[in-house]
Design a binder for this molecule. Structure first.
Ligand code: ZN
Length: 413
């Protein structure tokens, strides 16, 4: 799938030794420093294209963009892959409800998503991969699972035995009751008669009348959700074979922790013998009017609508940076307005000939970001620098600060 327009990212500053990036790893439940590497492999779960980018999506993709930018700024390469779930039950259900062709709906929403990512200044993935175009890769992954005796049939559907992975549920830290509840709420089928374990994961859904299907050695059908991500990640990120882990970071919203990431990781491990991800990084949920912002509740704020209403995309990005990425929070009606005022203030100060010292500010921004992406702290630092500059302090370089804000925070000012 075509990715979106590339952005030029500045070269890492010569002579800079940035602190290692520390992030909260859901699997260990600790903030851990990422070991320094020349190359990091980053996989972020993409959208199911039936309602492109609401603020919850934007917060997630901006967060992983910050990680990508920090690692590049520190002199490493980042191989970044994102998928698109362009065939799945929710997409078919929405297309049927609205009386449109499912494929047309997907393409239109993917196009909208690309436009939103460009506007928000998110670095595009090296590989942006739809399930349909990756069908052969996914089928090969299912065949690998079958060769290891980890699959069984219920009618004509294929299921994966999650318990073959000794670490199943250890990454998500859920009790069995909560796991069952989430599985049922998030697309699973714990009650299906014929399953060996209620939590076993569907990897191949045999063709049903009226549904799109693809040929495979297991009969015509389409893949389950979790296998698509492990297959795409392992194929396109090209894991280093000798490493304990296939990839460095598996990312997404906290609602993907279970079942999606846990089951993808189990399938990756059983298919290849290599542990899936070094770190599992999850973003908090954004709510509106007292409840989680979600498609099913219909209480979404769309990035494209905000931009159409005249909001500067950089104000959206700045507003998102005002919250810590892991924190669930309610979206306030004044957040865009406040961020717009701050954005104008930073721009005005950056346009001055004499500005407050910038090197200590840049060092402090790097420090804050390295500590589990303390963007809230970064905003406080920027506000203090504005106050100092407005107070007549001098000695800084507005050009240098402007470049760093663009490179590190993705703020094009
Ligand atoms: Zn995924």
């Amino acid at each position: 799938m075509k990715s979106w327009a590339d952005l030029s990212i500045g070269q890492p500053r010569k002579g800079r030794e940035n602190p290692p990036l520390s992030l909260f790893n859901t699997a260990s439940q600790k903030v851990e420093a990422l070991e320094r590497r020349d190359l990091y492999r980053l996989y972020v779960c993409g959208i199911t294209p039936y309602d492109a980018t609401h603020l919850g999506h934007a917060a997630t993709y901006v967060t992983f963009d910050l990680i990508n930018r920090y690692l590049r700024f520190s002199g490493s390469q980042v191989r970044f892959v994102e998928n698109i779930t362009d065939i799945d039950d929710p997409l078919l259900e929405r297309a049927t409800r609205d009386g449109v062709d499912w494929h047309d709906l997907a393409l239109s929403q993917i196009e909208l998503f690309r436009g939103d990512m460009v506007a928000l200044h998110v670095i595009p993935p090296d590989s942006y991969i739809g399930v349909i175009e990756a069908m052969e890769t996914i089928i090969a992954s299912i065949s690998a699972l079958e060769a290891r005796g980890s699959l069984y049939r219920v009618d004509d559907d294929l299921y994966f035995r999650v318990r073959l992975d000794p670490e199943f549920l250890h990454r998500s830290h859920l009790t069995l009751d909560t796991a069952m509840q989430y599985f049922s709420e998030r697309g699973g089928d714990p009650a299906r008669v014929g399953k060996e374990d209620p939590l076993d994961a569907l990897v191949w859904r045999a063709a049903r009348p009226g549904e799109p299907s693809w040929p495979s050695p297991f009969g015509p059908g389409r893949p389950g959700w979790h296998i698509e991500c492990s297959a795409i990640a392992l194929h396109y990120l090209q894991p280093s074979i000798g490493d304990e882990f296939a990839i460095d970071i598996q990312g997404g919203g906290s609602d993907l922790t279970f079942p999606h990431h846990d089951m993808s990781a189990s399938q990756g491990l059983i298919a290849t013998g290599q542990k899936f991800a070094r770190m599992y990084v999850h973003t908090g949920m954004i709510g509106l009017d007292g409840t989680k912002m979600s498609k099913s509740l219909g209480n979404l704020i769309f990035v494209s609508q905000l931009i159409k209403d005249g909001v500067d995309p950089m104000a959206i990005r700045l507003a998102l940076l005002g919250h810590h990425y892991r924190q669930d929070h309610m979206w306030g009606s004044d957040e865009i307005g406040d961020a717009t005022i701050l954005l104008d203030r930073i721009r005005l100060n950056l346009s001055k000939v004499d500005v407050a010292p910038t090197q200590p500010l840049i060092d402090a921004i790097v420090q804050r970001l390295s500590q589990d992406l303390d963007t809230h702290g970064v905003i406080s630092l920027l506000t203090s620098w504005c106050i100092e500059t407005e107070g007549g302090a001098t000695g800084g370089s507005a050009g240098e600060l402007s470049r760093v804000l663009d490179d590190l925070l993705g703020l094009a000012l």
